[in-house]
Design a protein around this ligand. Structure first.
Ligand SMILES: NC(=O)c1ccc[n+]([C@@H]2O[C@H](COP(=O)([O-])OP(=O)(O)OC[C@H]3O[C@@H](n4cnc5c(N)ncnc54)[C@H](O)[C@@H]3O)[C@@H](O)[C@H]2O)c1
Length: 383
């Protein structure tokens, strides 16, 4: 597409060291809820061998390996002891958000490629440190945004990049759940000491990735943010565990107004809990057309129905649905497979930190602006 979006296209492709001619030796850091999806999909890759797993909680990694049919796996009490003792090609960082940065940086500094779960981390400062470690290491770092690999998500990007909508100037995005604070396995998502961020980081990162990826990840400039926690701090919310309200120390709702380079405005809201089904669809407004992306009730980054395009054709205002695309390959498998391919072949990580640092900058900006009660200017260093 000519014009505004061209300036945001990535042009530099770093050459990475590759793993070839042997199985890729993988270690799992953090054996909680999401680690299972990593293991299940690594096991589908014949060129991968899971050799080690680590978790801070005594006995958890052992239980996890037994439950997932992993035998002969060496177990460790933390990421450092595993990385120090093993000759790993790659790790999956499946820890809660607060330890994403330290695990990722330690792995990269020890020459290990990293598949890092979303959100990238908690603060912009951590994201910068991760990017610096990646650059110094020459290793692959990919961030776990599997919704990107959905064919409808790819179509969304294709439509925007094609120029069909003209110059993009306004985006409304976000999503949310009426009642959906994630506590299936305890409190690691709702305590500041483990999660760092609430809905803002957990599912806000998906909304941001959906639209920023579509428009080519322009640099965010300023943010006015708001966060609240009216539901999480209410013992009546957690009917089975009213005590969770005592430890709830993150946001359950966030909203923001973000200015992006190139004159694009981003209007954002995200919710784990609210008195509404959805805070609205994602809309992308361009000078030649508009696009509606239906929301889902359980917002997790997926698209809730056919994309709808609004245009003026032959002087008539028309709208049409883009036929939904299906494929039989699980997005999570694609995330794992593409990471392994990048590790083996070098080249570009499937979800590069050079983009996701902007996602993290917005999230961090929203949290900081909300705490200050005013707009802030983002200062994102070149890495
Ligand atoms: N991509 C997705 O679809 C998806 C879905 C759910 C969760 N996630 C992300 O995955 C991450 C983990 O989520 P979860 O639900 O599995 O959390 P969890 O709390 O169930 O598990 C995290 C585990 O990491 C361990 N851990 C923390 N720091 C460690 C360290 N330094 N060394 C070893 N182990 C360590 C903890 O002890 C815990 O067992 C979160 O960042 C979350 O946002 C992604």
């Amino acid at each position: 597409m000519a014009g505004i979006l061209d300036r945001f296209k990535e042009t530099v492709e770093e050459v990475k060291e590759t793993v070839s001619g042997k199985k890729v030796k993988v270690g799992i850091i953090g054996t909680g809820w999401i680690a299972e999806a990593h293991v299940v999909n690594y096991l589908k890759c014949e060129d991968v061998e899971i050799v080690a797993a680590a978790d801070l909680i005594p006995g958890k990694a052992d239980k996890f390996c037994k439950a997932n049919g992993l035998s002969g796996i060496r177990l460790y009490p933390d990421h450092k002891s595993m990385i120090d003792a093993e000759d790993l090609d790659a790790v999956s960082v499946c820890t809660y958000n607060k330890t994403h940065a330290e695990c990722t940086i330690y792995a990269l500094e020890h020459g290990v490629n990293v598949l890092l779960e979303k959100p990238m981390c908690v603060t912009l400062e951590e994201a910068v440190a991760i990017c610096k470690a990646e650059k110094a290491s020459g290793k692959i770092l990919s961030i776990g945004f599997q919704p990107r690999f959905d064919p409808n998500m790819k179509m969304l990007k294709k439509i925007v990049q094609s120029g069909e909508l003209g110059q993009i100037y306004y985006i409304q995005t976000g999503g949310g759940r009426r009642r959906g604070i994630p506590t299936p396995y305890g409190t690691s998502f709702i305590e500041e000491k483990t999660a760092g961020l609430g809905a803002l980081g957990d599912i806000g990162c998906y909304s941001l990735d959906m639209v920023l990826n579509a428009i080519g990840y322009p640099k965010p400039l300023t943010v006015t943010g708001y966060t609240s926690a009216f539901f999480g701090k209410d013992p009546a919310y957690f009917t089975d565990h009213p005590e969770y309200a005592d430890v709830f120390s993150v946001d359950d709702f966030a909203a923001a107004f973000v200015r992006l380079e190139g004159g694009v405005i981003l209007d954002f809201r995200i919710s784990w809990a609210m008195n509404l089904d959805t805070p609205g669809d994602t809309i992308i407004l361009g000078t030649k057309g508009g696009l509606r992306v239906p929301s889902t009730e359980c917002w997790n980054g997926s698209i809730g129905g056919p994309l709808k395009i609004y245009k003026t054709v032959a002087g008539e205002e028309i709208e049409y649905e883009v036929p939904e695309k299906e494929d039989n390959v699980d997005n999570f498998y694609k995330k794992i497979r593409l990471f392994i391919d990048a590790v083996k072949e070098g080249g570009k990580p499937p979800v590069p930190s050079s983009q996701i640092i902007y996602n993290q900058a917005i999230i961090d900006g929203i949290a900081k602006s909300a705490a200050l009660g005013r707009e802030i200017t983002l200062d994102i260093p070149e890495i």
